[in-house]
Write a new protein. Structure first.
Lengths: 339, 807
């Protein structure tokens, strides 16, 4: 019996080794392990075995079964792996064919720059607010310490609707609206559209955008203004950016300054971009003129403020190296799709 | 304003610096330098040569061969200059030297022109004689130069070998400044010199003006009466007799040339020179042409006219200030003198005027008259009355120095009493607190001293000099401290107050969602002008009398095309699409977020309603439903979860009458969309179907919400049923869906249109529509019965709409 069992085993192993398809393996399974298979048959002949040998023989048959099963499984896995490999071989694609992206639109460079500025200032705890574009003369000028006969009124080439109402020439008017709300302290930026009667050319547009900043609190210093704008410039143009403050004049701030940043193209060595100076003028700023606070009923002995105004297009044109202002208002998709 | 550094240095002894240093340091103390140029940049090895002999060129009629002494040697130079004679002193550029440009003027090459020895038609030439143009200047600034030929120095004015460039005053640097409107005093050489002295810590030594005039008193020649002191606060006059017109000396001519002013004759030159140096425009009248020995300063009458010295007739009005004699008008105050009293070559006696006029009035008058002159440009800034006297005395001193006439003694001085000097309390702690610095009081006082701000330690007051009209309060003083302490030395800190919440306003958040949604749908952002032409309404087929035509008009627009504030964003969008179409850009999708301006009443008495519009537009790939989809993407993203409704009866003449709808959300009209009317598309030159959507953000913002709640994932299976029907063509899908939803009840989870067909298989005037309905109960598995009941209700409802069901 033992020999017979050994032979069955040997035959099965041989057949398994020789088989080359999963089907053949299945046939072997049926022939040896099936209900009518050889191992089943030999088990049936157990009655011919001596009673005391039966457990041992049973064990031997079971071992043989499991050995055959294991070998069958191993072969099957091998065949499957080979089959999969074969299949995958046929599924090779050209990975350099173009990708299929959803057709996304593009943000205008002005907005890209604005969002950057908003991110910086909201991070510093500033609220982003807005004010009217068609504005009272008073808010645009007089409340900002620019009385009726002030030359600055002429310098700014204002569009008027009538004697009292105009298109705002500067977002500084929002400073006044914000102070009028009577909530102190104030930390705000006000982005928005402004208008000046400049003919359209490569560097001018009759409507453009500014971002106004205003802080009013009990202990605010010129040093704070410098620190704030230094942080702004570094975040916007890169950590290595240097700033330079030059004295300047604005009717609604005193002391006033203009801020230059080191040229981000040449790093300050001087190039065509910065006209050789190494510096690029970026914004105007200063300590809120006490008279402006006073007009809004804010005690200038107690409260101090600083303000700044930056041209959005100026930042966008510089940062993205756009060489013509007209591109910003033409809306050619070949331009827009670069942002 | 352009000023020569040599001129500045004349009043700031010991000022030594490179041009770059000057540029940087002046800018950092507040006198902003825009740029500088060196007139001698490309002038190298140019000396005075004396022509010793002239011979004809053997082979060229138009050339001559000269022997020229250049001091240490004699050179042979061939020239084509027609104006040289033996003995002439001329500028000679030596072998290896450089000149600035060609003899015919024209733009100067960046690196100049190198000059080398060579042969001219076979004859050796060891250098070149120079015309003024070759030295980078012109006859306007050097009128003594010949029209054609080389520059010739006056006999005896130089020795051969002298530096010719020095003699022409071209070893200099011309700085261009941007002077801010508050620093009237810096529109002058002396003002800038004072700043330069303070900046470089050198003494400021202004010209010494000696007392001038003979024993006579001008007050006995002329009386001055100011009728309108609101427009003229001071009028100083001095007289000069026996005018001796002539050429000014070289130093004066060269200083004028450095400022770009053409030298004319000694009298005109002195007037111009003093205007540049003192920042005080002056005028000279021919005294013999003034009637009645009187000067009267008064407003003109409306409708009068006056001939200015340029020969033009000017229309006057009652706000123009005039200078009159005893009988007539002789000049427009501060702007231009009259032809009737101007200095001519036969002038014998002259009256000098130095006055202080109201800046705003001069500015406005010059604007109305269309006559902005150098003088009015300075007067309009509002001058210091003390300067008038200083300037007129300086002018008279120059008359004597140049021997241009006999100055009469005394000065007529009319006007308001000179204002008392401004005094401001010295508060060093306040300045430090404002600046965030720790500057000692001594250091501050040292700065003030340099600026001629006196300190009275008894009263603790700072005494402001009259030329600093801009210093009025403590903040102004703090700025003076800051700019000479150095803006760069002030530390960098951040505000110390309590931290505040940084955030966008709520409408800005919704705008950000609009941008994201539009871009996700393939639309790119456009920026459009706020003003447009009133003609756009015709282009958009908007009828006369329509509310959209009630637009705000700009009183001084750039032109008709920019003359009204837009009441609709449609024109802007179509204009942008049109530009892209004309440039053959395919499948263009744009969006815009911008205001329209709706007046409450016209003419405007209060501020209008500024309404943010979210506008989408495209042509090319897509149809009405792609636009509708894009709108819904935004509404969903803004938390507007209800289904919007669409009403085709919207009033929008610029849209296709059969392809338009208003968008209604929770009963409110939030915008509209549709296909652009083909005639309108044609008006914009777009030969394709164009689609538009305009959403009114002020209505939308309050309807948005960011409340979200998890509703669980369905545990029980859904049952789907498809229904197919034939409906009349006019029956809208919206009405069918509405019926299905109404009848389906709570268990109806979704309704999806999956087929719509019109054509051969369906009878004329009908369409076939098919929906897939999905039913689900969150609590249990639905029974066939429950679904059957709901379906029955739905089918009954549809039948009541005259819809034929197909199995």
């Amino acid at each position: 019996m033992n020999e017979q069992l050994e032979k069955i085993k040997e035959d099965a192993f041989k057949l398994i080794r020789e088989s080359d398809t999963a089907e053949k393996l299945n046939d072997i399974r049926v022939a040896y392990l099936g209900k009518k298979g050889e191992l089943t048959a030999i088990l049936k002949s157990m009655k011919d075995v001596a009673a005391e040998d039966r457990p041992k023989f049973g064990q031997m048959v079971n071992d043989a079964r499991s050995q055959i099963e294991t070998m069958l499984e191993e072969s099957k896995s091998r065949f499957e792996a080979a089959a999969m490999e074969e299949k995958l071989k046929h599924e090779v694609i050209d990975v350099t064919l173009p990708g299929k992206a959803p057709e996304m639109g593009h943000r205008h460079p002005n907005t890209v720059a604005l969002e950057e500025v908003e991110r910086i200032f909201t991070g510093l705890g500033y609220e982003v607010v807005s004010g009217p574009e068609i504005e009272k003369d008073y808010y645009n000028f007089e409340a900002l310490n620019i009385p009726a006969d002030h030359p600055a009124k002429d310098e700014q080439d204002t569009f008027y609707i009538n004697g009292d109402i105009l298109l705002r020439t500067q977002t500084s008017s929002v400073q006044i609206h914000e102070m009028e709300k009577g909530r102190l302290p104030i930390r705000m930026i006000a982005p928005g559209r402004v208008f000046r009667s400049d003919e359209v050319d490569a560097t001018h547009s009759p409507c453009f955008h500014q971002i106004e900043g205003l802080v009013v609190d009990e202990k605010v210093t010129f040093a704070d203004l410098k620190g704030t704008l230094d942080s702004f410039a570094k975040q916007l143009f890169g950590e290595e950016t240097k700033v330079k403050f030059r004295p300047h004049h604005f009717p609604f701030t005193e002391p006033s300054a203009e801020m230059d940043v080191s040229c981000f193209k040449c790093g300050g060595k001087g190039c065509r971009f910065c006209k050789g100076s190494g510096w690029i003028e970026i914004l105007g700023c200063g300590m809120v003129h006490p008279h402006v606070l006073e007009l809004r009923g804010i005690d200038p002995e107690k409260y101090v403020g600083f303000a700044f105004g930056v041209g959005l297009e100026r930042i966008a044109l510089l940062k993205y190296e756009i060489d013509d202002m007209r591109l910003m208002y033409e809306n050619d998709v070949r331009f827009l799709s670069q942002f | 304003m352009d000023t020569s550094l040599n001129w500045i240095k004349a009043y700031v002894p010991g000022l030594e610096c490179t041009d770059e240093e000057y540029f940087d340091r002046m800018t950092l103390t507040g006198t902003k330098v825009e740029g500088f140029k060196r007139p001698d940049k490309n002038l190298e090895k140019i000396v005075v040569g004396k022509i010793l002999s002239i011979e004809k060129h053997p082979d060229a009629d138009k050339l001559i061969v000269c022997r020229v002494s250049v001091g240490n040697e004699e050179l042979q130079i061939v020239t084509g200059a027609p104006n040289v004679n033996v003995g002439d002193l001329v500028p000679v550029v030596l072998d290896g030297g450089k000149v600035a440009g060609g003899h015919d003027g024209g733009p100067l090459p960046e690196d100049g022109i190198k000059i080398k020895s060579g042969k001219l038609r076979g004859v050796d030439s060891f250098g070149m004689m120079c015309a003024i143009e070759e030295l980078g200047s012109d006859r306007n600034l050097y009128p003594e130069a010949p029209e054609n030929g080389v520059y010739i120095f006056p006999e005896g004015s130089a020795e051969p070998g002298d530096d010719a460039i020095e003699l022409l005053g071209l070893h200099d640097t011309i700085f261009e400044y941007e002077i801010t409107s508050n620093r009237v005093d810096c529109y002058s050489v002396l003002g800038i010199a004072r700043e330069a002295a303070a900046t470089f810590d050198r003494p400021f030594v202004p010209p010494v003006v000696k007392e001038t005039g003979n024993d006579e008193d001008v007050n006995s020649f002329v009386k001055v009466e100011i009728k309108d002191t609101d427009l003229c606060s001071r009028y100083c006059a001095r007289a000069v007799k026996n005018i001796r017109l002539g050429e000014s000396p070289a130093w004066l001519r060269h200083r004028l040339a450095s400022a770009g002013v053409r030298p004319i004759n000694n009298i005109v030159d002195i007037t111009n020179y003093v205007m540049l140096e003192y920042g005080q425009p002056m005028h000279a009248y021919d005294m013999d042409k003034l009637a009645g020995s009187r000067i009267v300063v008064k407003r003109a009458e409306d409708g009068e006219s006056f001939v200015t010295l340029d020969g033009a007739e000017r229309k006057l009005d009652k706000d123009v200030l005039m200078i009159c004699d005893g009988e007539k008008e002789v000049g427009i105050a501060g702007i231009m003198g009259g032809e009737n009293s101007m200095i001519t070559d036969d002038v014998k006696n002259m009256l000098f005027e130095a006055a202080t006029f109201n800046g705003a009035n001069i500015r406005k008058s010059a604007k109305r008259l269309g006559l902005r002159t150098d003088a009015s440009g300075i007067f309009e800034k509002g001058l210091d009355p003390a300067n008038a006297e200083a300037a007129i005395n300086r002018a008279c001193a120059l008359i004597e120095e140049l021997d241009a006439g006999d100055v009469v003694g005394g000065m007529v001085d009319a006007g308001l009493p000179i204002k008392e000097e401004t005094k401001i309390e010295f508060k060093p702690d306040k300045y430090n607190k404002l600046l965030g610095t720790d500057i000692s009081a001594e250091d501050m006082l040292a700065i003030f001293k340099k600026l001629e701000i006196a300190y009275d330690d008894k009263s603790g007051m700072l005494v402001i000099p009259s030329f600093r009209q801009d210093l009025k309060g403590q903040a102004d003083i703090a700025e003076e401290v800051a700019r000479f302490f150095g803006y760069d030395k002030i530390p960098l800190t951040l505000p110390s107050g309590e931290g505040m919440e940084g955030r966008l306003s709520y409408p800005m958040r919704i705008e950000a969602i609009a941008r994201d949604s539009a871009e996700r749908c393939g639309f790119s952002q456009a920026y459009e002008y706020s003003f447009e032409s009133p003609k756009v309404f015709d282009k958009l087929l908007i009828p006369e009398g329509d509310a959209l035509r009630a637009a705000i008009t700009i009183s001084n627009p750039l032109g008709e095309d920019f003359s009204i504030m837009r009441t609709t964003s449609v024109n802007g969008m179509l204009t942008a699409l049109s530009l892209n179409f004309n440039r053959r850009n395919k499948d263009v999708k744009l969006y815009e977020l911008g205001n329209i301006y709706i007046p409450h009443a016209l003419p405007l008495t209060e501020l209008p309603d500024e309404r943010m519009q979210f506008t989408l537009g495209f042509y090319g790939k897509g149809d009405f439903y792609s636009m509708k989809g894009a709108v819904e993407v935004f509404l969903k993203a803004s938390g507007m979860k209800d289904e919007p409704e669409y009403d085709a009866s919207v009033d929008a003449p610029f849209l296709h009458p059969g392809r338009k709808a208003s968008v209604i959300y929770k009963g409110e009209k939030i915008g509209f969309l549709g296909e652009v009317h083909p005639l309108v598309a044609k008006n914009y030159g777009i030969k394709d179907r164009v689609y538009l959507a305009v959403l009114d953000m002020p209505v939308i913002v309050p309807l948005t919400s960011f409340d979200m709640k998890y509703e669980g994932i369905a545990k029980f299976p859904a049952v789907t049923r498809d229904i197919s029907m034939v409906a009349k063509k006019e029956t809208t899908a919206g009405s069918i869906e509405k019926m299905i939803r109404q009848r389906g009840g709570k268990i109806l989870e979704s309704v999806k249109l999956f087929d719509i067909y019109e054509g051969d298989q369906v009878k004329e005037g009908y369409k076939s529509i098919a929906y897939s309905l999905s039913f689900r109960d969150m609590e249990k598995t639905l029974s066939d019965e429950e679904v059957g009941t709901a379906m029955k209700k739905i089918l009954n409802g549809l039948q009541s709409m005259d819809i034929e069901l197909r199995s």
